[in-house]
Design a binder for this molecule. Structure first.
Ligand code: ADP
Length: 689
């Protein structure tokens, strides 16, 4: 039989293998060799049957037979393998070790897998490597020991194994995460028996995993559903998930509210296998929400009562909150006074602007928003009272108002809440009560009164001055003994008449000034005036009226020029000096000081007495109209309470400022300043500027 002879096995041609060409059969070879080759030739077709790659190696490690699967697996042709050492199929770095393993195996050959516990690697012709599994079995061919090796490509299995490991690692991690979760996570089977129960569930419900597993979930937890159980099951079946709130009873009898998310898990055939339940404890949250709802309802109820009360008040009332002055509440009168309905939460300033309304000072200046009464009280935390303003509505109508803004202790407006609960940061914001009193009727009455006083005083002034003048003349002529001499009682009565009529003349003069000022008909007639000379002259005039008092004048300047209404400055000085005299009934020193403040271009006056002083209670209002000290009333000293009001008006109209310090029983000091323009300074000659 030639070496190329084929042994016909009766199988398909591709299964028929030729004997190795590198094993020539010589006609003169001994019969042993021939029968060996014949055996191989017979064996070869059988190697094609198994799916594994098969290889036959002799005891020296030389490949003598391979099947097609072997060639395909390693990428060699048949002839490239036969007669080659088996290490050819190993990566180079393993070849040395392989020789040792092979020798060791051949010492006691038996059927066994090769390299148990080792990662066996094969190397293809193209150098690529892959995991293999090899089983060895010794085989005797013609009395010679050979080994037949079955080699299986393990790449796919290894890949699958790796994937399995990854999945199991992931599952282990998920398991860990599930037990770490604060949520109660449990799995129940299709018969509702608990099969898994995490730490969160142990913590929430009180049962350990061992105690819980195997129980019927809804029975163990006495679950109460928001809808019927059937409806929940139906939703799970239809949509694969259900979410809702459940009430569960814990091991210790406590009831908890949980936000439950449930998902249906199906098996590979699509049948319901288990239900995963993730339950979050929301008991505390629900309790706080309920408290908040109750608190808000109480606040609303309180606000409603307040609204009803406020709606019956004639003044416009706003309750505003926070730096934006958001309107919490306003009453019916507020709608009327602003000519527009208000809306809750709207900032007060925005509301005013939106409805075209605006605020003005009594002198007609627009009021900047930052000067609004409510804003000032909000910013300072202190009440701002009696601000006189004018509201101008969008249709042009003006309403004079007096505004009070009172910060309220906001806590007192809120219901008492549990400590852990707040109604949000807004509840800590300051609340201010802003009251606008419509004083139009009052103003009208005042105007009417002023008109009446003006008319009456005007009509009175001329006859009173005539009477006072005649009384004066009668006395002086009698004193000069021209005409009839007066009897003692006649002289005394005429003297009284003269005093009374001058007093009346002064009063009517003051009243006229006041009413003119109120009506905006008052004008100053300014001209350059030397304040030093004018003051000295006024002091001398008043010194002549009293022996009990000593009037002293201190000044460091010889002249001090100012552009003022001299008659009015005389009036101011006369008022302050006669007050100092009048309210020092025991007499004493009255000091007048006049200084020049060059830095501010001002003249500073100071009038100090040692008289009765002014009671504290009246000090804040002393420059108002008709305000008088309680002590001077008790002492029966006559006066109108108009002098200081006129002084302040006159000084401020000159651009100056008046103030005082006083202590009852010790004395009073009045200070006032007047601006001296630079031009007046330069022209100290007193010539017209
Ligand atoms: P009248 O003196 O006519 O009452 P004024 O407006 O001048 O009115 O003064 C108002 C009040 O101020 C006085 O009634 C008095 O109580 C108090 N007053 C003014 N000046 C003095 C002073 N020098 N000493 C004490 N009280 C004074």
């Amino acid at each position: 039989m030639s070496m190329m002879d084929r042994h016909d096995t009766g199988h398909s041609p591709e299964n028929q293998r030729a004997l190795p060409g590198k094993m020539p059969i010589q006609p003169d070879s001994d019969s042993l060799m021939i029968s060996f080759l014949l055996t191989l030739n017979i064996l070869a077709p059988f190697l094609e049957y198994p799916p594994d790659a098969l290889i036959v190696i002799d005891s020296a490690g030389t490949i003598i037979l391979v099947n097609t699967q072997m060639e395909t697996l390693f990428g060699y042709d048949h002839d490239e393998l036969i007669g080659r050492p088996v290490d050819l199929l190993l990566p180079e770095h393993l070849r040395t070790a392989h020789v040792a393993h092979w020798t060791h195996y051949m010492q006691a050959p038996r059927a066994r897998p090769m390299g148990i516990g080792l990662d066996l690697v094969g190397q293809r012709k193209d150098g690529s490597r892959f995991f293999v599994e090899i089983s060895l079995r010794p085989i005797r061919i013609e009395h010679t020991l050979h080994v037949i090796g079955a080699i299986r490509d393990m790449t796919a299995q290894r890949e699958a194994e790796r994937e399995r490991m990854l999945i199991s690692r992931r599952l282990r991690q998920q398991d860990k995460l599930l037990s770490m979760s604060h949520d109660a996570i449990l799995v129940r089977d299709s018969a509702d028996h608990i099969v898994s129960w995490n730490e969160g569930a142990e913590h929430l419900y009180g049962w350990t995993e061992e105690e819980a597993v195997g129980n019927i979930t809804h029975t163990l937890l006495q679950a109460r559903f928001p809808i019927s159980r059937e409806a929940v099951d139906y939703t799970l079946e239809q949509h694969g998930q259900w979410e809702g709130e459940l009430t569960h009873t814990c091991q210790d009898g406590r009831q908890v509210i949980v936000e439950s998310r449930q998902a249906l898990v199906r098996d590979e055939q699509g049948f319901p296998a288990a239900i995963l339940e993730i339950n979050r404890d929301v008991t505390e949250r629900r309790r706080l929400e309920r408290l908040e709802r109750e608190a808000r309802a109480e606040i609303d109820a309180r606000l409603h009562v307040l609204q009803v009360i406020l709606d019956h008040l004639p003044s416009s009332v706003f309750l505003v909150q926070g730096p934006q002055l958001r309107i919490l509440l306003a009453n019916q009168a507020a709608t009327e006074i602003w000519g527009a309905p208000w809306s809750r939460g709207q900032p007060e300033e925005e509301f005013i602007q939106q409805h075209g309304a605006s605020l003005y000072t009594p002198t007609g200046q627009p009021l900047p928003l930052e000067d609004m009464t409510g804003r000032r009280a909000m910013d300072s935390g202190k009440p701002v009272l009696n601000c006189q303003l004018v509201i101008r509505q969008s249709d042009g109508a003006s309403i004079p108002v007096i505004v009070d803004a009172i910060p309220l202790e906001h806590r007192s407006l809120l219901p008492s809440l549990p400590q852990e609960m707040t109604l949000g940061p807004a509840s800590a914001e300051r609340v201010v009560l802003v009251v606008y009193r419509n004083v139009r009727a009052l103003k009208e009455a005042e105007e009417l009164k002023d008109q009446f006083i003006s008319l009456a005083t005007h009509e009175l002034r001329t006859p009173v001055t005539i009477i006072a003048g005649y009384a004066d003349r009668l006395l002086s002529r009698a004193a000069q003994e021209k005409g009839h001499a007066l009897d003692e009682w006649q002289r005394e009565k005429v003297q009284q008449m003269k005093h009374a009529s001058w007093h009346l003349a002064n009063l009517t003069g003051e009243l006229l000034d006041v009413t003119r000022m109120q009506a905006g008909q008052f004008q100053l007639e300014r001209r350059p005036t030397d304040l030093v000379a004018l003051t000295r002259q006024e002091i001398e005039r008043l010194q002549a009226t009293t022996d009990k008092h000593q009037l002293a004048f201190h000044t460091t300047v010889a002249q001090l020029w100012a552009l003022v209404d001299a008659f009015r400055i005389e009036q101011i000085l006369s008022n302050l000096l006669s007050n100092a005299i009048k309210y020092s009934p025991g007499g004493g020193l009255i000091e007048v000081t006049l200084e020049e403040h060059k830095d501010t271009h001002e003249a500073h006056f100071r009038i100090r007495d040692q008289g009765m002083g002014i009671p504290h209670a009246q000090q804040a209002h002393l420059f108002g109209r008709f305000v008088r000290g309680e002590n001077v009333r008790i002492a029966g000293i006559r006066g109108t309470g108009l002098g200081l009001y006129l002084c302040r008006e006159l000084i401020e109209r000159h651009g100056g400022h008046i103030s005082f310090e006083s202590e009852e029983g010790v004395g009073s000091t009045f200070f006032f300043s007047l601006p001296c323009t630079e031009a007046v300074y330069r022209n100290s000659s007193g010539k017209a500027l």
